[in-house]
Structures are given as structure tokens and as C-alpha cells.
Design a protein around this ligand. Sequence first.
Ligand SMILES: Nc1ncnc2c1ncn2[C@@H]1O[C@H](COP(=O)(O)OP(=O)(O)OP(=O)(O)O)[C@@H](O)[C@H]1O
Ligand SMILES: [Mg+2]
Length: 249
Amino acid sequence: MTAAVVFHSVSKQYSARLGAPVLALDHVDFQIERGEFFGLLGPNGAGKTSLIQIMAGLSTPSSGHVEVLGERVDQNPSLTRRRLGVVPQELVFDPFFTVRETLEIQSGFFGLSNNGDWIDECLESLGLADKAQTNLRALSGGMKRRVLVAQALVHRPPVIVLDEPTAGVDIQLRESLWAFIGGLNKKGHTILLTTHYLEEAEALCGRVAFLKKGRLMAVKPTSELLAREGRLEAVFRRILSEDLEPEKA
Ligand SMILES: Nc1ncnc2c1ncn2[C@@H]1O[C@H](COP(=O)(O)OP(=O)(O)OP(=O)(O)O)[C@@H](O)[C@H]1O
Ligand SMILES: [Mg+2]
């Protein structure tokens, strides 16, 4: 069976236009199997969001390519985009619509006209049911993040990508978000999560990858790392402090 996502030696060099040129990704090569709950970890600036943007077809790699469920993103971006639901790190939204309208419009992008039941389920599961008729402008930051999650899930994508979905959200949403996402994972959806909350990754992710300065330093089952080093935080600190050679995936 084809993997959910394959990163084929992906590199990304940002030009000097906005400052010094940055090699954000350096031949990143690994794959995520179908049905995995996978954690992509690394410090600020490691390249996590850059990798997600390339995967989502929002940015072009300098070399290498990404496959989503066997299709190359650069060759078939509209198909691979349908297979992905990406919750972006940055809060971006159109402030003129209500929560429900936003989700209906997003459904329309994917040609889904009878999506009301699923929209209701998303709103309910993310604690947004009572905000359905509220304009996005009137929502708090954490509520807007919930809408971004719902927006990413509206077409029931087989691969769900969450780029720091719990940054700045309260404990209640974290719990309901993980219950909802965990349930989707049990139903077969593949999950890719980036987070700086390592305890979240410990609890949720079957495998984790560590990026450092654009290089893949490790890809391992979480249980193996925990058995060897106790906490992911210890692994993280070790990788940050050592000048390790990247490991082969
Ligand atoms: N559009 C851009 N133009 C120039 N450089 C960029 C751009 N986007 C990201 N970078 C640089 O690429 C590197 C990787 O950034 P990226 O956002 O991928 O990191 P990240 O791992 O997601 O970090 P964080 O944990 O802070 O979200 C950083 O050095 C960043 O400054
Ligand atoms: Mg990021």
C-alpha cells in the first residue's frame, strides 16, 4: 500500500529578498504511513512550517518533491490538496462571514453541497456550536483557531496536518480537539502534528521526527525514544545540544 506522505529529499532555500538567504530544509527524506499519528518536532525556525507549506502546494521546493497518497504535489496539486486538510500556524481568515458561512463556503470549494451534518458535527466537537452564527471578527483568538481546525476538516481529508494547533488555546479545547482528532485517527485518517508541547507529542504520536536547522535528525517510534531517554524533552535537548549528523530515515 502506498504511504500517506513521502518526502523525497526536499530542500528549500529562501532567497535573500527578505534578508540573508536561508537553507530552511536540507534534503529532508522520510515517509509517513497511512493511519499514523505522526509528530514533526523541532525548535523555532527548524523548517516545520516550510515543509508543511511545500506538502500543501503553497510553496515550491528548491529540489526534491512530496507525494501525498501516491500523487506528486508538484504534478497534481489540486488532487493532493483535496486529500489534505491543513490547519495553518498563522491565523488567516476572511472576517466578513459567520462561522457557519465560512464552513459552507469552504465546503463549496470542494464541491460539497450537502455537508450540513458534518459541519454540525465539527462545530459540536470543537465547541463552536453556539458560535455558528457569530461573525469571525467577533471571535477570540482561541475561537478563531477552532474555526481554522473546522475549516481544514470540512472535506473529511484522509491526511490531516496540524501546524501548532494548540498554541494559545485553553485546556478545554485541547482536550476536545485531541478527542476529536484521535477519533478521526482511529477511523483511519493520517495525522501530522507539529507542536512545541512535547507532552502532547508523547501522549498522541506513534512516531516522531526531529528537525534541526532544516535537517532531519531522527525519525523514531515515540515508545522507543521514551524507553531509552525517559521524556521527549530529554531527546529534544540532546539533539539541540549535540552537533549530530542527521540520521537516515
Ligand atoms: N517566506 C520566507 N522567506 C524567507 N525565509 C523564510 C520564509 N519562511 C521561513 N523562512 C525561514 O526559514 C526557516 C524555517 O522557518 P519555518 O517557519 O519553516 O520554521 P518552523 O520550524 O515552522 O518554526 P516555528 O516553530 O517557529 O514555527 C527560518 O529560518 C525562517 O526564518
Ligand atoms: Mg512553524
